[in-house]
Design a protein around this ligand. Structure first.
Ligand SMILES: Cc1ncc(COP(=O)(O)O)c(C=O)c1O
Length: 451
């Protein structure tokens, strides 16, 4: 199908663009993955890597899963496309039904999509149309958090609060308000938990009041933030957000792209924290990466504004050509069934405890500021001095150095200048997890030795 020998040629590679990567550097030393099995990758040169980050928080059931592959093969022979404008298909209906059954509370209406950005865009469009149809047309603003990430398209990016992702594309549409994120280790309000009474959540009350509750459509958050290094909120944080949203008749949207599908030890972080949103956005682990797949799921209350006679013209005015694609839905159906039947959420709890214990031991290296996570989703904030929390100088980029050393030694992790994250597939065995941690430990030593 293609000439394997030419793939690493910089003149061939220069026609490609990776996500958020400087291609001039990448073409000099490209990582081209050729095959994968379980938690293992092999690149085009036959070098082995452990997948310490499930692709990118995606491959929950591991690579090469037979149930998913066989289901997709069968579906490919039967039907690969049915236009979501005038028809649906068996896998899409069955998958929506499954998601409605397992989603918490009355989250019973499912729109299947192809990417996380589509899912958050869909949630925000749904919220705006909902309020128009519910008789409150002035509610149009979205409150999201600095350091949050909700996707790469214009609306999702307007909601995103990570400067490096936003700035090149400003200005954005109006109607997006950001509040500081929850970050107990580096509290934006310089307070301390629990004496702070979770002020970062309470602050939302002030913001809604000042913006005018009659203008606010929804609050959207990731239950656990990724950017910043796996920011886990205090246990009561999301409950407080829920109560404030209810008090002001504002919708609450959870972006569970990373935290969904068993990752935090329950099927959804909504269950881990015991808080049900009005709209739930899923992607990544939803198909475990076997096909592009995402979903936006909403409550009966919201759906009641969209359900009526044809002539009322209140249907959700939104769609995508590949929404509910039969092959993607088949992948989702098989992957989610695998997670449920093998209790991979339970596995995330067990292996997460093992990973946490190992990371806490590794803190002896002397540059771990904070180890934080839930289930099988863990981050480490790296600092020059854990006693004072002093960060490394900006040019050190210690997390990037550790990531590069790990890649050299055959481990792929998520790395930023000041933090690293691990979130291996939920099927990772004890031995595999230990092997990943051994490589990480060596990589930290190597990065520190080179400082
Ligand atoms: C929390 C969160 N929301 C949304 C997205 C966007 O998803 P996608 O890249 O599939 O569009 C991501 C992607 O990393 C994410 O982590």
């Amino acid at each position: 199908m293609y000439d394997r020998e030419r793939l690493t040629d910089p003149d061939v590679l220069r026609h490609s663009v990776l996500d958020f990567r400087q291609m001039s550097t990448f073409v000099q030393n490209p990582l081209i993955i050729e095959r994968a099995e379980g938690v293992h990758y092999w690149d085009i040169n036959g070098k082995h890597y452990y997948d310490g980050i499930s692709g990118i928080f995606v491959v929950a059931v591991g690579h090469g899963n037979r149930r998913v592959i066989d289901a997709m093969k069968t579906q490919m022979e039967r039907l690969c496309f049915a236009a979501p404008l005038h028809a649906t298909n068996g896998p899409a209906v069955a998958f929506a039904d499954l998601l409605a059954r397992i989603a918490p509370g009355d989250l019973n209406t499912v729109k299947l999509l192809s990417s996380g950005s589509e899912a958050t865009e869909t949630a925000m469009k749904l919220a705006r149309q909902y309020w128009k149809q519910a008789g409150k047309p002035t509610k149009y603003k979205f409150i999201t958090r600095y350091w949050g990430y909700h996707g790469a398209t214009q609306g999702a990016l307007a909601a995103t609060g990570t400067p490096s992702r936003r700035v090149p594309f400003e200005p954005f549409p109006t109607g997006y308000v950001h509040i500081p994120t929850v970050h107990c280790y580096r509290c934006p309000y310089a307070r301390h938990y629990p004496e702070c009474d979770v002020f970062c959540a309470e602050f939302l009350r002030q913001v809604i009041t000042l913006e005018g509750p009659e203008t606010v459509a929804a609050v959207m958050v990731e239950p656990i933030g990724n950017t910043g290094g796996i920011l886990v909120p205090p246990p009561e944080y999301l409950r407080i957000l829920r109560d404030i949203c209810d008090a002001f008749d504002v919708l609450l949207i959870f972006d569970e792209m990373i935290t969904g599908m068993g990752r935090t030890g329950r099927m959804f972080a909504a269950e881990t924290f015991g808080v049900t949103p009005d709209i739930l956005c899923l992607g990544k682990g939803l198909s475990s990466g076997y096909a592009p797949l995402a979903a936006t799921i909403w409550s009966d209350r919201i759906q009641s504004a969209f359900w009526g006679p044809e002539e009322a013209g209140i249907e959700f005015g939104h769609g995508h050509t590949f929404a509910g694609n039969p092959l993607s839905a088949t992948a989702g159906l098989a992957a989610v069934t695998e997670i449920l039947e093998r209790d991979l959420a339970g596995a995330a709890q067990r292996q997460g405890a093992r990973l946490e214990a190992r990371l806490r031991r590794m803190a002896e290296c002397g540059i771990f500021g904070e180890v934080r996570g839930k289930g099988l989703l863990w981050g480490v904030e790296l600092v020059r001095d854990p006693a004072t929390r002093e960060a490394f100088p900006a040019d050190v980029r210690i997390g990037k150095r550790i990531g590069a050393e790990a890649e050299k030694r055959g481990l792929i992790i998520r790395h930023d200048p000041d933090w690293i994250a691990l979130a291996p597939p939920l099927i990772t065995s004890d031995d595999e997890l230990d092997a990943m941690c051994d490589i990480l430990e060596e990589s930290i030593d190597a990065a520190m030795a080179a400082l």
